[in-house]
Design a protein around this ligand. Structure first.
Ligand code: 1HN
Length: 350
């Protein structure tokens, strides 16, 4: 009796404070400070074989120029309408057909491109062009002019598809987004020969004078040929991690830290017959299959993956990776932010 009277009195208080834009903490405290992460983000996999026809169909319905960027966004099923694959990260599949141009613009959001299908497209970042090949990891740093095109390479012109990864939800969270179109030219004038940045920073050397001191790696294109060679050498000569296989992070050679300030990028090799132990981390991670087939057990779901598929592992979901034939996986996550804020937690189970 007393309690229901109290409850009625409490509800009356909540009603009276509502117009003052106030609310009682004690009703929400447990949800605000959960015992462990309670994300709305769910595990999911996009089978490239299944979604490629939709992407090609979009190629018949809109040009890259009209769309500005012809992209089908990969939305987490638990975060509908938010253009987010995890709480902090965005993912999309971008198509550029031979002869097309995606016009020059710049924005605060940082972007990565992971090439998954076709070769011969290029991206130009601040006047330096790089030709795209499958497995290449390419960076567009915050606030740098960038445009894309597809002129083919080695006499081959074909549609090119890449996975875009951006920190859009993170920048939105901080209300820090700005953007600009290049009104002067759709396509930047190339001012530096292809390979300039790589020659300057990609040979374990750096210029003695005027070292780039930005937050993002000055190597803006990490070719898969080099990454692959390193992973296979390590597979032959080094210890295999029971959880990750061989997992290497892309680094900014001028700092030794992550290649991008907000997005951590890795390439990982699962040797033939690998059966990884379960691991979980507070980072939300997007995987893209570079080579090989296998399975990802995420929480209590198992996903079979094949080349070019994309899958997402939510914060604190346990992940075990296995592969009979061996596989190579690219991944990106918000780990650099967790590390910078001192909130990263991870667990390696037996
Ligand atoms: C963007 O600039 C690109 O440059 C791709 O290719 C996807 C999604 C949202 C905002 C900007 C690109 C994007 C984007």
């Amino acid at each position: 009796m007393n309690q229901s009277k109290d409850n009625a009195a409490r509800r009356a208080l909540y009603e009276s404070i509502r117009p003052h834009h106030m609310t009682p903490l004690w009703e929400v405290l447990h949800a605000l400070v959960p015992k462990s992460p309670t994300t709305a983000c769910v595990p999911a996999l996009w089978r490239y074989r299944e979604v490629k026809p939709f992407l090609m169909q979009s190629g018949e319905l809109i040009t890259a120029e009209e769309a500005v960027r012809r992209v089908l966004i990969l939305e987490n099923p638990g975060l509908p309408g938010q253009s987010a694959i995890t709480q902090s990260l965005y993912a999309g599949l971008q198509l550029i057909l031979p002869g097309e141009v995606a016009p020059s613009h710049r924005h605060v959001q940082s972007a990565l491109r992971f090439v998954i299908d076709g070769k011969g497209a290029y991206t130009t970042v601040e006047g330096e062009r790089t030709t795209m090949h499958p497995g290449d990891f390419i960076i567009t740093p915050s606030w740098r002019w960038h445009d894309h095109g597809n002129e083919g390479v080695d006499g081959v012109t074909e549609p090119v598809v890449w996975l875009d990864g951006l920190d859009i939800p993170t920048v939105r969270f901080f209300d820090a987004g700005f953007a600009e179109n290049d009104d002067v030219s759709k396509s930047q004038t190339v001012r530096h020969p292809e390979g300039s940045s790589y020659a300057r920073y990609g040979a374990n050397m750096a210029p003695v004078r005027r070292v780039n001191t930005g937050l993002t790696s000055p190597i803006f294109s990490y070719p898969y040929s080099r990454t692959r060679e390193a992973l296979h050498a390590l597979e032959r000569n080094s210890e295999i991690d029971a959880w990750h296989g061989i997992k290497m992070k892309y680094i900014n050679p001028t700092t030794g830290g992550w290649a991008m300030p907000t997005i951590g990028t890795c390439m990982q090799l699962l040797p033939k017959g690998f059966r990884g132990k379960p691991h979980r981390s507070t980072e939300g991670t997007v995987y893209c299959v570079t080579e090989g087939r296998g399975s990802a057990r995420i929480g209590d779901q198992t996903f079979q993956f094949e080349p070019q598929d994309v899958f997402v592992v939510p914060s604190w979901a346990s992940l075990s990776l296995s592969s009979e034939e061996g596989a190579v996986l690219f991944s990106y996550s918000d780990r650099p932010i967790h590390e910078a804020l001192g909130i990263l937690r991870e667990e390696f189970a037996d």
